[in-house]
Design a protein around this ligand. Sequence first.
Ligand code: FES
Ligand code: FES
Length: 160
Amino acid sequence: MPERITVTLTLNGARRSFEVAPGRRLLDLVREDAGLIGAKEGCGAGECGACMVLLDGAPVTSCLVLAASADGHEVVTVEGLARGGALHPFQEAMVTHGGVQCGFCTPGIAVTGAAVLARGGDAADRTRLLAGNLCRCTGYAKVMEALDDAAAKETADAPA
Ligand code: FES
Ligand code: FES
């Protein structure tokens, strides 16, 4: 097995290459190699969702994904959610509804919520998707209110 491999991916819209050990996790590439420290390591075992990033638009627990498997793919972290310098609508709604307290879970919830909005899921779909993000502070009600609010605004803003 080679000591280092090259992983080339689109990270928050920019094409980037990294030389990494074959067993390096996507979470370590994002945080340590790319310096994007939004995604957090909580459990390190796929249980808490603090490390969530979007891989080709789908939320994944980056602590369980090999960096090598992101080669040729698109990764979006919480740092890549802003649009034109403004917060993503779900991030704005999280602030408005008080869905952020200690903030440790917030980057993971933000990317998962953005994915839920992008796919236009129904209420059950939203609950199912967010079930992978543990939060010890908000009790989830405010997070779900923020998601509903952002979804309503996205619908209202959509071209007729
Ligand atoms: S740190 Fe990856 S799921 Fe908890
Ligand atoms: S805001 Fe503290 S864990 Fe979610």
